[in-house]
Design a binder for this molecule. Sequence first.
Ligand code: FES
Ligand SMILES: [Fe+2]
Length: 400
Amino acid sequence: MNAVAQPIRLFGTAYGRKPATHDATLTEVGPGTPCGEFMRRYWHPVGLSERVTMERPERVRILGEDLILFRDRKGRPGLLYPRCAHRGTDLFFGRIEDEGIRCCYHGWLFSVDGQCLDQPCEKNGGEHRGKIRQPWYAVQERYGIVWAYMGPPEKMPLLPRWDILEDVAPGMKLHVTHSSLYAGGDDDVELVPCNWLQEWENVMDPFHIPVLHTSFSGVQFVPEMGVMPDVQWEYTDTGVRYSAYRKLEDGREVDRVTAAMFPYVRMVPNVQLRHGAASGVGWVVPVDDTTLRLCFAMKIPESENALPRSPNLRPWSKMTPAERQRFPGDWEAQVGQGPITLHGEEHLATSDKGVGMLRRSLLQQIKAVQQGRDPAGVIFDPAQELVRVEAGNFFRDVAK
Ligand code: FES
Ligand SMILES: [Fe+2]
């Protein structure tokens, strides 16, 4: 018997759909990958200075590499490959000393830059110890953050300064954190289980604000954010920026300027739509291909101890699964795209223009590195060391 012709209502079923794919070039960050090599041309926040103690080393995973971060008893931070150069024991179990970290197994001692300083089981502390080098990365501290350079030594740029993090006024302080609050999590959660690009490109997606944050889940920020914005995106020398214009019900007009800068910097103004420049800057640090960790540095009053948050947001880790379904936020939206979103299944629309621009310019930078050029935003000239953070909510007539 012949099959009956398919009724039209079965068009577009999930059966037989094409295998799903992600764009590996844009998302994967391990050593030797195109994006990983691009990333390795910048400085990365690998830890908070206050947590890097002289007591015990801590594990750091970044760009798909497992490393050991510690501070020797002279106060110098060090970032080493974890497997001891002798026979591979994990330096996480090492002991910190004045000059470095000593492996627990046979006591080889390594300085913060990987030099082997002592081999106690060998004659005279190891007559050939000078030939041994534990793989290491260069680190610097600034703004209470430990930064690492993990790329080719001859390409190491200057560690940037950020204008809004300089000159902390009396009564204010710099607050640095790995809180996932601005990824829809909260201060008790640091690792976000999705690819870094999902989080970073969300910075260029102003249209989710009136939906996800202002109507779908109630008002997560402030009601004024519910006005559908008129958005202008533009390429900058170091990434992509948009200005979202809103005319509010009371007649006030505001331009909300947000920028994404390579390799994964986010410059986002306050979500309460208060007038003024952003007070901090954030980094969407790829831990590996399917995990990210935010790092934020922000000026806040000395009396405070956390990132400013919307009073409307409940701590994410306290919410039940049912509450997360009723009141989804950025976590549900971006982690909900999967460990690495399936670009092959997407249907980008006009409101995704910023996302498209960001991906295109990211690809250009990745290719630039592949072709032997320096990517945008790496700084070699000390005169350009200070980076301007241009984000903010700018009311056109502040007096209104
Ligand atoms: S394995 Fe580290 S000293 Fe032997
Ligand atoms: Fe958001």
